[in-house]
Design a protein around this ligand. Structure first.
Ligand code: ADP
Ligand code: MG
Length: 601
């Protein structure tokens, strides 16, 4: 029988490789830019037409190629960047696989013009469908220009797979933006259908970031800088109230290469935990520099993923650096309830007019400006500022006072405070009025107390006069047994009684007596619900579940003392403006705002 195996024709092999290297116009642009940077370009010009589907071009002023190199550059596995197996362990260039030009040449009509500094005339190479069609002398500037026309003209499946013009254009814009951020020393020009989208002179990193994100947004960023033996970290992170509604404003660079790394993204996210409003993501631009020997960039043909020698180390490092940065900056939130004005904002800028008009998660209707409210609040993750364990909720019969000036309440310096619809606390402050959601406020307090109890192992509990017996399901019963030490640290005094029964003899100091059974049951349910989120550890989950279920609810009447206590305690927490689940706790309406509304200007 004749052999059934044969070696693939090179055009077919290149087409297959192209499937991985060049998936869309933006990946071709990325590869070409990488070549320009590897060639030492100081100026890079990128042009696309029709979202890159009909034309994409990258021009650089780098070292260029001789005629021989220009011919060779389209061969698969043709590279000038590595030659020995050990080179693979120490990659200092963006490219090294020798696949990009071969791939582009296999699926498009390509015209390359190039000239080195020693030559007077340059070389033109025309490639179509993996075949060199023309090599000739041509006049051109020093450097290289690659024009890619009719991308995927001979791979219809791939062409049909492309998304809308707008999506493809955005992808390319993202690529150029990232490159411009990573290489501020390079001058960038980016044109799409004759429209100039970027025109950037060489700059410092700081200036470049400011150019890209916009001046106003830049003010919302905090610098991160840290150097250890293993890695140096340099970049910017957004203040917590500058949380973004998607992950697209997250830029991670490793040795000048844009990468995607879930572990590091997660480390950053984790550092912000509880600081961000639910559903928002931190903004960050981080440039990591490590010895290339400690990282493997040869994981995927697109080189988007990398493997660190010691990923968990990296994770901890990033986590602690971001935490430290957050802690050492005054993070008094400057929430602007007016929302991002049309046309401005980082989204519009980075997305080049992409239609991303989802509502800002921080934008509570009503144009309220929270600016000066949180003067007292400062985030300090280490050394939680929960010192006083004074019970907020007194258990003497609740006085049914709905509105009362607190002056008569004694010692509250003329603070006027009201409960509205048994849900919100309305209070006069120096600059206007403040509205607090009583449930989430209490939740924040209990949450931080719970964490503090775990930290110092000092349970504060109150003895129940009449111990309560609760019958649990077998599952819940074993959960209680598992969590018993932690529950005790929280302040519960529980005696497993056999037959899935638990006797509650004491409860945490700050919980209202009367619904302890329900609280325990709800807490267990909540704990289970949260268990599926891989990010929360058991203690944190317990603290959150407890805070959520034990906190006073909307609908609970509060006395003036209780309200005053609640607000005082709230502003002793490390993060009074968001609850552990990320809901806002406080809203302020300034006197100015009120005056404006009433035409008193
Ligand atoms: P790789 O970048 O992985 O080496 P490519 O297929 O992208 O593979 O490029 C092949 C070779 O062509 C490179 O190694 C480089 O020597 C040369 N080359 C490609 N683009 C340029 C450019 N813009 N300027 C100078 N040389 C280039
Ligand atoms: Mg390359």
């Amino acid at each position: 029988m004749a052999a059934k195996i044969h070696i693939l024709r090179s055009d077919l092999a290149n087409k297959i490789a192209a499937g991985e290297v060049v998936q869309r116009p933006s990946s071709a642009v990325k590869e070409l830019i990488e070549n320009s940077l590897d060639a030492g370009a100081r100026t890079i010009f990128v042009r696309i037409e029709d979202a890159g589907k009909s034309v994409l071009q990258v021009v650089d002023d780098g070292e260029g190629m001789s005629e021989e190199d220009a011919r060779l550059s389209f061969r698969r596995h043709a590279t000038s960047k590595i030659s020995l197996p050990e080179d693979l362990e120490n990659i200092r260039t963006l490219g090294f696989r020798g696949e990009a030009l071969a791939s582009v040449g296999a699926v498009a009509r390509v015209e390359l013009k190039t000239r080195t500094v020693d030559e007077d005339v340059g070389t033109l190479v025309r490639v179509e469908g993996d075949e060199i069609r023309e090599v000739s002398r041509t006049a051109c500037e020093r450097g290289t220009s690659v024009v890619v026309k009719n991308l995927f003209y001979n791979t219809p499946a791939r062409r049909n797979f492309l998304k809308s013009q707008q999506t493809e254009r955005k992808q390319t814009s993202d690529v150029v933006t990232r490159m411009a951020l990573a290489y501020p020393q390079v001058s960038w020009h980016y044109v799409s259908d004759e429209e100039t989208l970027l025109n950037l002179a060489p700059a410092s990193f700081e200036e470049r970031v400011c150019d890209i994100v916009g001046k106003k947004q830049f003010e919302q960023l905090v610098r991160v800088q840290e150097k250890t033996d293993y890695v140096s970290i340099d970049g910017y992170i957004g203040r917590p109230d500058f949380g973004r509604k998607s992950r697209t404003d997250q830029f991670l660079f490793l040795n000048g290469r844009y990468i995607v790394n879930r572990a590091i993204n997660h480390a950053v996210f984790q550092a912000y935990e509880h600081l961000l409003v639910k559903g928002s993501f931190p903004f960050f631009i981080l440039r990591l520099t490590v010895d290339p020997r400690n990282v493997d960039v040869n994981v995927h043909p697109s080189k988007l993923e990398v493997k660190f020698e010691n990923e968990s180390n990296m994770y901890r490092l990033v986590l602690s650096v971001i935490r430290k940065t957050l802690a050492s900056n005054d993070l008094v939130p400057a929430m602007e309830m007016a929302g991002v004005e049309a046309g401005g904002g980082i989204d519009a800028r980075l997305r080049f007019g992409g239609s991303q008009d989802a509502p800002d998660p921080m934008a509570i209707p009503g144009q309220i400006d929270l600016d000066q409210l949180f003067q007292r609040a400062r985030y300090a993750p280490e050394g939680v500022a929960v010192n006083s364990l004074t019970p907020i909720l007194r258990r003497e019969p609740v006085e049914r006072i709905v509105a009362q000036e607190a002056e008569q309440g004694g010692g509250h310096e003329g603070r006027a405070i009201w409960q509205v619809h048994n849900k919100y606390i309305l209070s006069q402050i120096k600059t206007g009025i403040m509205i607090v959601d009583q449930h989430v406020a209490h939740e924040r307090i209990l949450y931080e107390r719970a964490l503090a109890s775990f930290e110092n192992n000092l349970p504060a509990s109150q003895q129940l006069l009449f111990p309560q017996t609760v019958q649990l399901t077998p599952g819940d019963y074993s959960l209680v047994r598992d969590l018993l030490p932690h529950l005790e640290t929280l302040g519960f005094v529980l005696k497993p009684f056999g037959k899935h029964t638990v006797v509650i003899e004491g409860i945490p100091a700050d919980v209202r007596v009367g619904s302890e059974r329900k609280i325990l049951q709800d807490l267990l349910d909540e704990f289970r619900n949260n268990e599926h989120h891989a990010t929360v550890d058991a203690r944190d989950n317990l603290a959150k579940s407890f805070a959520c279920k034990a906190a006073i609810k909307a609908g609970d009447r509060l006395t003036v003392q209780e309200m005053v206590g609640l607000i005082d305690q709230l502003f002793l927490t490390t993060m009074p403006y968001v609850c552990p689940h990320g809901r806002p706790v406080v809203v302020k309406i300034s006197l100015d705002e009120l005056d404006k509304r009433f035409g008193r200007t």
